[in-house]
Design a protein around this ligand. Structure first.
Ligand SMILES: Cc1ncc(COP(=O)(O)O)c(C=O)c1O
Length: 386
């Protein structure tokens, strides 16, 4: 069967090889430590599950409006107002099947062939393929640990052209865990406004922060708000990765375009999951705050241990649940490092090359403290024996 050109532009996920092999080793009876997790190791809170069960019992099992229930959109608007200081009306909200789907819809709705989208490196794995599938061109902006993997207006200026039609911001970041401060975001906002560059602000980890609170770039003034599409969802904050609910806030025009695309592809996200999301957003932030207390302990332990291993160094992640140590001094590419770590020490990590950066690896601390201790002992041994 013929495979379309657009699929050929996209490489298969590099992380899959490692994950598949880790599964194989586990199945064969080996004690594998997995640092690959991209989701909290906490169950979805009971009050959310309860709301889902009740919605089923009430027979709320039919189609909803394409981009989500009005009730849900209203609660999302309230969330934006209360938590981010952002005023939207329900017509500016589209609910989709996960934040990943919201991002996909955005690029499909906005990008024309040849449009350039700025992608700071390291990036979350799905941004470049999604831009490519919309016939756009990802323009990579390299960063390094010296600047905590952050972009600045000066750096951006080297990559902006007349074809620039967007810039991705992801704070807290997957994979590096870095978070922009309010001052840094204000400087970026001023630059985007001056250059009239749309911003895609992926704020999915907003509540998983340890040292200072997240601020949305869209909240500074009306100009930057008009240019920004905020992407968010319940996957990480409420440990609802499998429920597949994400959303975007944007201009009415963009939401109308997304409505068309979604209306001819998935239609509404699962009705039960939408009712569960209403309960989640109504239920406050106690759950995510409890998770953060645990994640912070693990972060502190993991980063401390990583920095004590000869040849490895790690910036202190301020949000999300990943550590992103550099292995540059070890002089091995990230794929080789991860393959050997898995085969020889039964420890699975994600190679940095998957995030556009071959001198790092990503370790998730959304796993138990015991697993973290065991896995870090193994990494220590592996690096020392090289
Ligand atoms: C930075 C970032 N954005 C978006 C997503 C997608 O989240 P969802 O599960 O809601 O599709 C993820 C998930 O790993 C992520 O890390």
């Amino acid at each position: 069967m013929q495979i379309a050109q657009r699929v050929k532009k996209v490489a298969p996920s590099l992380t899959l090889t490692i994950t598949a092999r880790a599964k194989e080793l586990k199945k064969s009876g080996l004690d594998v430590v997995g640092f690959g997790a991209g989701e909290p190791d906490f169950d979805t809170p009971d009050y959310i599950k309860q709301a889902a069960k009740e919605s089923l019992d009430k027979g709320q099992t039919k189609y909803t409006p394409v981009t989500g229930l009005q009730e849900l959109k209203e609660i999302i608007c309230k969330k934006f107002k209360d938590e981010n200081g952002l005023e939207y009306i329900p017509d500016q909200i589209a609910v989709s099947c996960g934040a990943k789907h919201s991002l996909y819809n955005y690029f499909q709705a906005v990008i024309n062939p040849g449009d350039e989208v700025l992608v700071p490196v390291p990036y979350w794995v799905s941004y470049p393929p999604q831009i490519l599938m919309a016939d756009g061109i990802p323009v990579y902006i390299p960063t390094d640990s010296e600047t905590d993997y952050k972009i600045t207006p000066e750096l951006l200026d080297k990559y902006v052209t007349l074809k620039t039609k967007g810039c991705i911001l992801n704070s807290p970041s997957n994979p590096s865990g870095m978070m922009y401060t309010e001052d840094e975001l204000r400087a970026l906002a001023d630059y985007f406004v001056a250059k009239n560059i749309p911003v895609i602000s992926d704020e999915i980890y907003e509540h998983i922060s340890y040292d200072f609170p997240h601020v949305s770039i869209a909240s500074f003034n009306d100009d930057i708000k008009q240019l920004t599409t905020v992407i968010n969802g319940v996957s990480k904050s409420f440990s609802m990765t499998g429920w597949r609910i994400g959303y975007m806030a944007s201009s009415i025009d963009v939401i109308k375009a997304v409505n068309k695309i979604q209306g001819h592809s998935t239609s509404n996200p699962t009705t039960t999951a939408q009712w569960a999301t209403i309960a989640a957003l109504n239920g406050g932030l106690d759950f995510v705050r409890t998770m953060c207390v645990e994640f912070k302990k693990r972060r502190d332990y993991m980063v401390d241990r990583l920095n004590s291993i000869k040849g490895m160094s790690c910036i202190m992640p301020q949000g999300a649940f990943y550590a992103y140590p550099s292995i540059a001094e070890i002089g091995m590419d990230s794929m080789k490092f991860c393959q050997r770590l898995l085969e020889e020490y039964q420890t699975a990590a994600v190679p940095g090359v998957a995030f556009g950066n071959d001198e790092n690896i990503r370790l998730s601390y959304a796993v138990s403290m015991d697993a973290i201790k065991k896995g870090l002992d193994r990494i220590d041994k592996f690096v020392n024996n090289l």
